[in-house]
Design a protein around this ligand. Structure first.
Ligand code: NAD
Length: 360
């Protein structure tokens, strides 16, 4: 197969779909790898590093889209790339189609076979989302700490407090991978941490890890309201796979929340946990609604590309190789790869997308 990797064009996205060492595995398996010139630079990988491992550097991204059997990317294609889609192209990347109907329609129309990292499921885990969720969870607390500073319009609280002053109250909604990693950082920074989830096993896991350093609560509306209203920092870390994020911060809570409190809505890539949430970018990541700050960067791991690109490739490589080696028909017999399938032969395949977009 010809495997293509284009440079990410999303604003402030510095990750790359294939690192040199991952690309070299495809080469070792007998495939041809085309890398767009300077695609890896943002993550610290030079063109020479790819070339030394047998990849071909291609200047024109259009040539890569046109000539590849499979494109391996990081983020969803942007509108300017839709025209480059072609029939039967295998697109292997994050897609988040539940909150992007135009892309869903474009993939169908151009008969692209799309496989989304974020829905690939292995033993009820999401192996290709997990490393990025780990990064985003850890970053969420660092970002919240920074934007809690008064200079940015935050409450001016220092997360750890000092002897004789209150510590920041951090409410983490969702105890999955993002939530667990946010919890790890928040506990490390000595915040007062409350974690909510519908899954009591996940809450029990965190209780076992941190004992009385955290509080856990079942995520019903009453508990959510209390934990949101008393928080200095709220982390939106929920996921209903393939579906839009539930709106857990109700509109009427906003005026009751603490002045200068901040919502880091990590779940923004699935639409976010409030009606106020919207996508922001690394250069201007926060906005204020009433007296509450919101942070809505949808590609948080993009700001630490050196770590993120390598972690992402570690997760996606084996399935990508399987597709390239066996061909798509055989590879789709693997339930993990099948669970990533979104569109094929002009049709939507992923059940929640059909429910969202085909039955209205
Ligand atoms: P996960 O599946 O590991 O965890 C999600 C958790 O949410 C689960 O424990 C689930 O039980 C819980 N949940 C579902 N509904 C809930 C509710 N009503 N109340 C409380 N908990 C609820 O998912 P994850 O990997 O932690 O990802 C969380 C979100 O972060 C996803 O939307 C993911 O796409 C997003 N994400 C964003 C970025 C970014 O850069 N913004 C990066 C990585 C992941």
């Amino acid at each position: 197969m010809i495997i293509g990797c284009v440079k990410e064009i999303k604003k402030y996205e510095f990750r790359v779909g294939l690192t040199p060492s991952a690309a070299s595995e495809y080469v070792r398996h007998g495939h041809t790898v085309w890398i767009e010139r300077s695609a890896g630079l943002g993550s610290g990988f030079t063109d020479e590093a790819y070339e030394a491992l047998g990849c071909k550097i291609v200047a024109d991204p259009k040539a890569i889209w046109a000539g590849s059997d499979m494109i391996v990317k990081v983020k969803e294609p942007l509108e300017s790339e839709y025209a480059l889609f072609k029939e039967n192209l295998i697109l292997y990347t994050y897609l988040h189609l539940a909150s992007n109907e135009p892309l869903y329609r474009a993939l169908k129309e151009k008969r692209v076979l799309s496989i989304a990292y974020e829905t690939m499921e292995y033993q009820k885990m999401l192996p290709c989302l997990e490393p990025m969720s780990m990064v985003a969870g850890r970053l969420s607390i660092l970002e919240a700490a920074k934007y809690s500073e008064a200079f940015f319009g935050g409450s001016g609280i220092l997360i750890s407090g000092l002897p004789g002053t209150p510590r920041a109250k951090v409410t983490i909604i969702g105890a999955g991978v993002v939530g667990q990693n946010a919890c790890r950082m928040a506990v490390g920074m000595e915040a007062q941490v409350t974690v909510l989830d519908l899954d009591t096993k996940r809450l029990a896991f965190l209780e076992d890890l941190y004992h009385n350093k955290i509080n856990t609560l079942y995520s019903n509306q009453e508990n959510l309201k209390k934990a949101i209203l008393e928080a200095d920092i709220v982390i939106g870390a929920v996921l209903i796979p393939g579906d839009a994020a539930p709106k857990l911060i109700k509109d009427e809570y906003l005026p009751l929340m603490k002045p200068g409190s901040i919502v880091v809505d990590v779940a923004i890539d699935q639409g976010g946990i409030s009606n106020f949430s919207k996508v922001t970018y690394h250069d201007n990541p926060i906005f204020k609604v009433g007296h509450v700050l919101f942070y809505g960067v949808a590609n948080m791991p993009g700001s630490v590309p050196m770590t993120s690109s390598t972690a992402l490739n570690n997760a996606t490589l084996s399935y990508g190789l399987e597709i390239a080696d066996k061909g798509i028909e055989q590879a789709l017999l693997n339930p993990v790869i099948q669970s990533g399938l979104q569109t094929r032969n002009g049709l939507g395949v992923y059940p929640t997308l059909i429910k969202l977009f085909e039955t209205k």
